[in-house]
Design a protein around this ligand. Structure first.
Ligand SMILES: Cc1cc2nc3c(=O)[nH]c(=O)nc-3n(C[C@H](O)[C@H](O)[C@H](O)COP(=O)(O)O)c2cc1C
Length: 358
């Protein structure tokens, strides 16, 4: 049995690797998908501790790195327990991308480099980066050939199905990636034009899996444990990338649905996550950035609506912890703000009626 220690305890991993990215063993088949604004060090560490098999940073602009933007370089901060860690970069300029990949590998030693070919946001894709690269397969070929022959670490790519529905070129791109040295392909089952609309199409993921020998990571609309089993059965993919469904439910990496997580587990993780955010970002930014997680952690939890606004407007961690503790105690005692507030209102209403009748 392989085990490692993280800030969330000792993690036991399966004894045999499920698959390899070149020589790197992966002890699991569920991975947190890269998400700008979410895949930071604190959240990645939580997901790894709960079973995500590797970490991906969010996408980072090679241009920002070239200009030594502090923020760009900070996205690549990681903890050793996160290994294997993939650094994801994007750009439309092959020379700059190759140079910056080399720089980050030399300085920060990630386990793999991943190239973003899926970002649909116009100010990235219209410039030819992200999903924009799918329109220039020759550039993809040159980029991967250069990266795979110059970098000491494996290079992987994350793609969409194509730009338009009528120009889906995922099979062509998958072959180009494999032929030019890519060590794995992650596939989000949508086109650039779909952005996040409609349903992800998993059939192309199965086609790619049948067409290449390198590992294929399936992605798109995996929302619950049953979806994990479905995408694996339907596509034969080596691993599943889970994005949005992990926000508020990182337990999905333990194959637990939102409803299977107890209030106590949820409360404990909320506290741990907040502490990690404060530690990483500092007290002010930490609490503000934590709000987008809190809203998902408590979504659908009974009586969460009673505290949501108050929790989301806390400006200090002390305020948050105080309020959260009160809610937790009431929840455990079976008394909720809803009941208490209603009772107070009822009392006030009654005394008002009594006074006016007198
Ligand atoms: C807020 C947000 C930020 C994202 N940022 C990235 C990114 O930096 N790199 C990337 O490859 N994909 C990014 N994605 C796409 C996801 O990795 C994933 O492919 C997509 O959300 C579909 O998977 P899901 O249905 O499991 O969320 C982002 C998605 C969201 C919702």
């Amino acid at each position: 049995m392989i085990a490692y220690r993280s800030c969330f305890g000792i993690i036991n991993l399966m004894s045999a690797p499920q698959f390899f990215i070149r020589e790197i063993p992966l002890y699991g088949d569920l991975i947190l998908s890269p998400m700008a604004g979410f895949s930071d060090k604190p959240f990645r560490a939580i997901c790894r501790a709960l079973g995500s098999a590797m970490s991906y940073t969010e996408f980072v602009s090679a241009d920002g790195l070239a200009h030594n933007s502090r923020k760009s370089w900070q996205y690549f901060t990681y903890d050793e327990v996160e290994r294997p860690i993939a650094f994801q970069l994007f750009d439309h300029d092959v020379d700059r991308l190759v140079t910056q990949c080399q720089r980050v590998v030399d300085r920060l030693h990630p386990d793999t480099i991943d190239i973003n070919m899926g970002c649909s946001v116009n100010n990235v894709s219209q410039k030819g980066a992200g999903a924009g690269l799918l329109r220039t397969p020759d550039k993809i070929a040159e980029l991967f050939k250069r990266l795979s022959t110059t970098l000491p670490v494996p290079v992987t790519g994350k793609i969409r199905l194509g730009w338009y529905d009528h120009s889906r070129n995922y099979l062509e791109v998958a072959h180009i990636l494999e032929d030019n040295g890519a060590s794995a392909i992650a596939v989000h089952g949508r086109t650039k034009m779909q952005a996040y609309k409609g349903e992800a199409d998993w059939r192309p993921i199965a086609e790619i899996k049948a067409a290449v020998k390198i590992p294929v990571l399936g992605n798109g609309d995996v929302k619950c444990v049953a979806d994990i089993d479905r995408i694996k059965a339907q596509t034969g993919c080596d691993a599943v990338l889970i994005g949005r469904a992990a926000i508020g439910n990182p337990w999905i990496f333990q194959r637990k649905d939102f409803a299977d997580v107890t209030f106590a587990e949820r409360a404990a993780l909320i506290r741990q996550h907040l502490a990690a955010m404060l530690d990483y970002y500092g007290p002010h930014v930490g609490i503000v950035l934590f709000r987008k997680h809190v809203v998902k952690y408590i979504k659908g939890v009974p009586y969460a609506s009673d505290v949501r606004l108050a929790l989301l407007t806390c400006n200090t961690a002390d305020e948050f912890i105080e309020l959260f503790g009160q809610w937790e105690e009431r929840y455990e005692r079976g008394e909720y703000y809803g009941t208490a507030v209603d009772a107070d209102l009822f009392e006030a209403f009654e005394s008002c009626v009594t006074e006016s009748a007198a």
